[in-house]
Ligand binder design. Structure first.
Ligand SMILES: Cc1cc2nc3c(=O)[nH]c(=O)nc-3n(C[C@H](O)[C@H](O)[C@H](O)COP(=O)(O)OP(=O)(O)OC[C@H]3O[C@@H](n4cnc5c(N)ncnc54)[C@H](O)[C@@H]3O)c2cc1C
Length: 263
């Protein structure tokens, strides 16, 4: 029996944009503003949504747009483009601008690109992808992540009603990366230093394992893929926390380019 190839709904088309400017947000985080007529009318994303960022490569400085083949984006010559996933920040659909905050982790295409991007540099954006729906009736929220999740955590903090308690846990590789987060009247923020670069996310796993959690709370976690797998095992297998009340995402995978999630 032959299996039909997997066909997935096409993502939104790419909008070609240019870099308008960059600004450091922390020792490893750079905010980049993208601009262009293609961003006029960009839909308002939910908090913790995503965009795909198409970056030029040495062999593709002019940014050839890829086509969707039903399962993935491919360039006309059949090769895979350089695509990375980021959290869309503050789109202005009238001016046609959109920001991203990108971790400069010392390797990787996007990390290098954001460190050297100059105004006018081309790239393209597809999105937004689905984000997170806040339940205003939840008893409380736990938000946990590393620096790649800081943009999303900031948006979630802004979206959670001020009456709802929020416990935030963030792991940073550099203590100076403890950047100000949006104010929330009932939030407590705990910063953790990265214990071991070979085991990213372990401080988050330890923090989450030590928390009291009520079943009617909500948990949102995004960090390195292997560490969030340990979080899943802890929450769902060891603790029996309801899966419907937790969102646990691998945002990147140690030693592998691209997203952390395998889906
Ligand atoms: C829904 C979603 C939203 C995201 N939002 C953001 C965001 O707003 N800002 C952001 O910076 N990232 C975000 N990420 C994570 C980002 O997509 C990955 O970190 C991506 O791998 C970065 O691409 P790169 O080209 O810099 O590195 P890659 O070429 O993908 O990876 C090269 C090497 O660097 C390592 N690496 C990748 N990312 C990191 C990291 N953060 N820290 C340490 N080492 C790393 C990899 O393991 C690999 O060994 C998001 C991911 C998802 C799924």
């Amino acid at each position: 029996m032959t299996t039909a190839p997997r066909v997935r709904r096409p993502p939104p088309p790419f909008r070609v944009v240019t870099v308008a400017g960059t600004a450091p947000v922390g020792p490893r985080l750079t905010r980049v503003t993208l601009a262009g007529p293609g961003l006029v009318g960009f839909p308002a994303p939910e908090p913790a949504a995503s965009i795909r960022l198409l970056l030029p490569t040495a062999g593709d400085p002019d940014l050839v747009l890829p086509d969707w083949n039903g399962n993935e984006f491919l360039r006309p010559d059949g090769t895979r483009p350089v695509l990375r996933t980021f959290t869309p920040l503050d789109p202005d659909p009238e001016r046609g601008t959109l920001d991203l905050a990108v971790v400069r982790h010392g390797g990787g295409h996007a990390s290098t690109w954001v460190g050297t991007a100059v105004p006018g540099a081309p790239c393209a954006v597809s999105g937004p992808g689905r984000g997170y729906t806040i339940d205003p009736g939840a008893a409380g929220y736990v938000l946990a992540g590393d620096e790649s999740a800081l943009p999303a955590i900031g948006q979630l903090l802004e979206a959670i009603p001020g009456s709802v308690p929020v416990r935030v846990h963030v792991e940073v590789a550099d203590p100076a990366g403890r950047i100000p987060l949006p104010a929330h009247p009932r939030a407590t923020v705990t910063w953790h230093d990265l214990d071991d670069p070979a085991d990213p996310g372990s401080a988050l796993v330890a923090a989450l394992t030590g928390l009291d959690l009520a079943d009617d709370e909500r948990v949102w976690v995004a960090a390195e893929a292997a560490s969030v797998q340990r979080v899943r095992v802890h929450l769902f297998t060891e603790r029996g926390f309801p899966r419907s009340r937790a969102t646990v995402r691998g945002y990147w995978k140690r030693g592998r380019a691209g997203d952390g999630d395998d889906d």
